[in-house]
Design a protein around this ligand. Structure first.
Ligand code: ATP
Ligand code: MG
Length: 276
């Protein structure tokens, strides 16, 4: 534990590393050094954007912060509390709920056989929120209403929503448990530009309303300028540059960052275009 938690940042990531070991015939055949000693802080109320080309280690870093991935070495601290190797049981109290992840594809994040209301209620129940079913029902409805739905949407199934709507459902579910940090991994990348803007605006509103901090993972630098306070640039698992948003955009120090800023996003034809 940190001696002075009041001065600790909300999230502190120190020398984080991830090796993926592929085994063949019981022997180690190859090791991928996906994240190679990444360090950064996120202050309360900040949006920190993690950018970099495909395969640079953004998702792996985000998943380690959420403890969805084992950490090879280094440490992660929330409010000065080190949870790097905390067992799942303790993690449930200290982290689960406080840190939430919103993924790129909301269809795969939700159970197709469960209504969205039931899905939110289940998340609340797992996190120990709401004293009764009725209370959890009311909390779920309130969460849906906050992202622009009515109580009538509660009983609907994921396939009855568009991609943009479903991403709002995912946001509602994440926020229902009152997190402090939300990790958004390419959460708007699959959406049409106009729908993207709606979801980004909503995220900005919710951030203020619920005093949230965001770790915003993306390869799309055009949305970063709108969203972020600070930016970390990853390349091949290493942080090549870090700074305030204006500093990175106006005075990028590395050639790689300049290339990222200069690159025009090319639409990926394999990605579904979702319309609300
Ligand atoms: N489960 C895994 N097993 C083995 N290697 C993996 C695994 N997940 C990721 N990797 C490797 O780790 C590296 C970093 O991957 P990661 O998914 O974190 O990148 P990313 O920056 O999120 O990329 P993208 O922009 O394409 O989402 C890549 O070389 C990737 O192939
Ligand atoms: Mg990724």
């Amino acid at each position: 534990m940190n001696d002075s938690p009041s001065t600790a940042p909300l999230l502190r990531v120190t020398d984080l590393r991830k090796d993926y070991v592929a085994r063949g015939f019981g022997r180690t055949t190859s090791v991928t050094h996906a994240v190679k000693g990444v360090s950064f802080d996120i202050e309360a109320g900040q949006t920190y954007a993690l950018v970099g080309e495909s395969g640079s280690g953004k998702t792996t870093t985000g998943r380690m912060i959420c403890r969805l991935e084992d950490i090879t070495s280094g440490s992660v601290e929330l409010d000065g509390h080190d949870y790097t190797h905390e067992p799942e049981r303790e993690l449930r109290r200290s982290l689960r709920g406080s840190v939430q992840m919103v993924f790129q594809d909301p269809f795969s994040a939700l159970n197709p056989r469960k209504t969205i209301g039931a899905a939110i209620e289940e998340t609340l129940r797992i996190r120990g929120m709401g004293a009764s079913r009725d209370e959890r029902h009311d909390l779920a409805v309130a969460a849906l209403e906050r992202v622009g739905f009515s109580q009538w949407h509660y009983g609907r199934y994921p396939h009855q929503f568009s991609g943009g709507q479903l991403q709002r459902v995912s946001v509602a579910r994440s926020l229902a448990v009152r997190p402090r940090l939300v990790v958004l991994d390419e959460s708007v990348s699959a959406l049409d530009v106009s729908i993207q803007a709606q979801v980004l605006n909503l995220l900005q509103e919710l951030k203020t309303e619920f005093s949230l901090s965001y770790l915003f993972i993306t390869h799309d630098l055009s949305v970063v300028r709108f969203m972020a306070d600070r930016i970390g640039v990853l390349r091949m698992g290493e942080m090549v540059e870090e700074g305030d948003v204006s500093q990175i955009f106006e005075h990028p120090q590395s050639e790689y960052t300049r290339l990222l800023l200069g690159s025009v996003p090319i639409p990926d034809p394999t990605r579904r275009q979702l319309v609300s």
